[in-house]
Design a protein around this ligand. Structure first.
Ligand SMILES: Cc1ncc(COP(=O)(O)O)c(C=O)c1O
Length: 397
C-alpha cells in the first residue's frame, strides 16, 4: 500500500461526528452551520441547458474541454479580472470537475520528487485538500498561521529563505476559507517576485471570489495582479475557480484552472490519465453559468441580507465580524472551540465546526483553537434562528 496515505488525517466532518457522538440534542429542528455547501437555488438557466443536453450522456468528453467552454471562461476572467482579453482560451484555460479534484491533482503535476525535501506551503487554517495533495505528491506541507493580529493573512515576511528554497508549490486561498480574508495587491506582487526568485508555482484557490458584500469592490485575483505587472504569460501562476459557490451548483462539479500555459500543458497531460474530464452536458451548462452575472448578483444580495441579520443578533455576545468575502463567520469562542461546538449542539441543536479541526499546530499554536466556523448557507430564516440560538447559548453559559 502507498504509505503516504497513512499521513492523511480524517476529514474535519469525521472529527465533528465523533465530537457529537452520544449527545441527544433538544427536540427542535437541527440547524447545520458546519458544512460549506451552498443552499440557495441553482439557476434555472443552468438546469435548463443541462436537461436539453442530456443526449451527451452517450459521448466521452475529452480532458481539454470544448472550445466554447474555454472561450466563455476566458471571457469571464477577462471581464472579472480586467485582463483586457489577455487570456488565451486555447492554452491558458482548462475545465476541471470542481476545484477539489484539481487542487489535489495539481500538486502531483508540479512537485518534483527528485529534489531534496520538497515543501508545499499553505495557509493554516486551510482547506484540507492542500495537505493531502502535498503528502501524496511526495512533499511535506508547511503551514503558515493566519491569526487575527495579522488580519488572518499568512505572515510571508516571517518565512525563512531556507523554506522558500524548498518550496515548490504555494497554495493561496483568497478569499480564505474559513477566515474570509482577501490577499491585497502588494502581497500578491511580493509572492510573484518570490516565486521567480525561488522558482515555485503559486496555486491561487479563488473559489469564493464571487461571494462578497460591496458590489463595487470585488476581491482581487492573482491573474489580475499579473496583468497589472504586465505579466501576460502568468508565469508560475495558476488560479482555481468554481461554479459551486458562485452559481450554487456544488453538485454540477464544474470549475476551471487558468494561467501559465506551460504548467497547464503538463496539467492537461496529467489529467488525460487522471480521467476527470467534464461531461459534455455539464460543460454546456457551465457555459450558460459563466455567461450570466445576474444570478450571481442576486446570490450576493441573499448573503448580504443574511450576514447583516446574523451579525446584528450576535453583536455583543461573540467576538465576530463581517468577513471581507466568502460565506463563513470565523467567530472567537470563549474557551475551547470543541467544547463550545459540543455544548452548543447539546443545548441548542445547532452544529458549528470547531476551528482546530481546520488547522494544524504550527510554531507551537493551532490557529484554529478558540474559533468556530459558521457557514451561512441556509435560508435567511434558518440562519437567523441559528444566530438566536447561539446568542441564547452564550448568554446562558
Ligand atoms: C477553499 C475551497 N477550495 C475549494 C473547494 C472545492 O470546491 P469545488 O470542488 O466544489 O469547486 C472548497 C469547497 O468547499 C473550498 O472551501
Amino acid at each position: 500500500m502507498n504509505l503516504d496515505l497513512d499521513q492523511l488525517q480524517p476529514y474535519p466532518f469525521e472529527k465533528l461526528n465523533a465530537l457529537k457522538a452520544g449527545i441527544t440534542p433538544p427536540a427542535q429542528p437541527h440547524i447545520a452551520l458546519s458544512i460549506g455547501e451552498p443552499k440557495h437555488a441553482a439557476p434555472q438557466l443552468v438546469k435548463q441547458v443541462l436537461i436539453e443536453q442530456l443526449q451527451h450522456l452517450s459521448t466521452y468528453p475529452n480532458s481539454k474541454g470544448l472550445p466554447e467552454l474555454r472561450k466563455a471562461i476566458a471571457a469571464w476572467c477577462s471581464r472579472r479580472f480586467e485582463l483586457d482579453g489577455a487570456l488565451d482560451a486555447e492554452t491558458q484555460v482548462l475545465p476541471v470537475s470542481g476545484t477539489r479534484e484539481a487542487l489535489f491533482a495539481f500538486a502531483q503535476t508540479v512537485v518534483d520528487r527528485t529534489q531534496p525535501n520538497p515543501l508545499v506551503l499553505c495557509p493554516n487554517p486551510f482547506y484540507q485538500i492542500y495537505e493531502g495533495a502535498a503528502y501524496l505528491s511526495g512533499a511535506q506541507p508547511h503551514f503558515l498561521n493566519c491569526i487575527a493580529a495579522k488580519q488572518f493573512q499568512p505572515d510571508f515576511d516571517a518565512v525563512p529563505a531556507a523554506v522558500w528554497q524548498r518550496c515548490q508549490l504555494l497554495y493561496l486561498c483568497s478569499p480564505g476559507n474559513p477566515t474570509g480574508a482577501v490577499a491585497d495587491a502588494a502581497t500578491l506582487k511580493k509572492l510573484i517576485a518570490l516565486a521567480d526568485q525561488y522558482d515555485f508555482v503559486i496555486a491561487s484557490d479563488e473559489c469564493y471570489s464571487e461571494i462578497y458584500f460591496d458590489e463595487s469592490h470585488p476581491p482581487l485575483g492573482l491573474l489580475q495582479v499579473c496583468k497589472q505587472l504586465g505579466r501576460d504569460d502568468y508565469r508560475r501562476c495558476v488560479v482555481f475557480h468554481s461554479l459551486s459557490k458562485r452559481s450554487n451548483v456544488p453538485g454540477l462539479r464544474s470549475g476551471f484552472v487558468a494561467g501559465d500555459a506551460d504548467i497547464l500543458k503538463k496539467f492537461l497531460l496529467y489529467r488525460t490519465y487522471h480521467g476527470c474530464a467534464m461531461p459534455v452536458h455539464v460543460q454546456l451548462a457551465s457555459v450558460a453559468a459563466w455567461n450570466d452575472e445576474q444570478h450571481v448578483v442576486d446570490n450576493r444580495r441573499l448573503y448580504r441580507q443574511k450576514f447583516d441579520a446574523v451579525l446584528e443578533i450576535l453583536d455583543g455576545v461573540l467576538d465576530v465580524s463581517k468577513p471581507e468575502a466568502g460565506f463563513y463567520l470565523w467567530a472567537a469562542t470563549p474557551g475551547d472551540d470543541t467544547e463550545f461546538a459540543r455544548e452548543l449542539f447539546r443545548a441548542q441543536n445547532v452544529t458549528v465546526l470547531p476551528g482546530q479541526f481546520l488547522a494544524r499546530a504550527s510554531n507551537g499554536i493551532n490557529p484554529g483553537y478558540g474559533r468556530v466556523r459558521m457557514a451561512l448557507v441556509a435560508t435567511v430564516e434558518e440562519c437567523v434562528e441559528a444566530a438566536k440560538r447561539v446568542r441564547r447559548f452564550v448568554e446562558n453559559h
